[in-house]
Design a binder for this molecule. Structure first.
Ligand code: MG
Length: 162
């Protein structure tokens, strides 16, 4: 039976941090603030997979009070979500996600992001959708104060025994 999950994340843009999105470092004047590498796209995808299989969210699995996750690559969060899906007999069917960022241009990095995400989840690249949009200069994203991401995951799970 197909279960879907949704994920959303946002991080502030600040000077003096690397910008990492979808597991790809992107040259930019600012980077995302956070305890880990603050990869909002991978965090949204992690929560989508966790949600599809009824798990607790990323903040409970990887609390930002835990020194183990300081500056951690968010790929490990995606890998753990996929591991938990598999441990329940689940098969990730596909992921779709949207990045909402005024700058920098995301499109040139999308293929590399898809490859990173597919690798972390253990699924084919063709099963990963990533789109990007601006916020038309409105709100915190439009003012380049932060970057947001949303994601959905479909996971085929065994039916519960009656
Ligand atoms: Mg986050």
């Amino acid at each position: 039976m197909v279960h879907v999950g949704i994920g959303y994340d946002v991080h502030a843009l600040v000077a003096g941090r690397r910008l990492v999105l979808g597991g790809v470092e992107i040259p930019h004047t600012h980077g995302l603030e956070g305890h880990s590498d603050a990869d909002a796209l991978l965090h949204a995808i992690t929560d989508a997979v966790l949600g599809a299989v009824g798990e607790v969210d990323i903040g409970h699995l990887f609390p930002n009070t835990d020194e183990r996750w300081r500056n951690a690559p968010s790929r490990i969060f995606v890998e753990e979500a996929a591991r938990r899906a598999r441990s329940r007999g689940g098969r990730i069917i596909n992921i779709d996600a949207t990045l909402i960022a005024e700058r920098p241009k995301i499109y040139p990095h999308i293929q590399a992001m898809k490859e990173q995400i597919a690798g972390a989840l253990g699924i084919p690249v063709a099963k990963v959708g990533i789109k990007a949009t601006t916020n038309e200069q409105m709100g915190f994203v439009g003012r380049q104060e932060g970057i947001a991401a949303m994601a959905i995951a479909a996971v085929d799970l065994p039916e519960d025994p009656a």
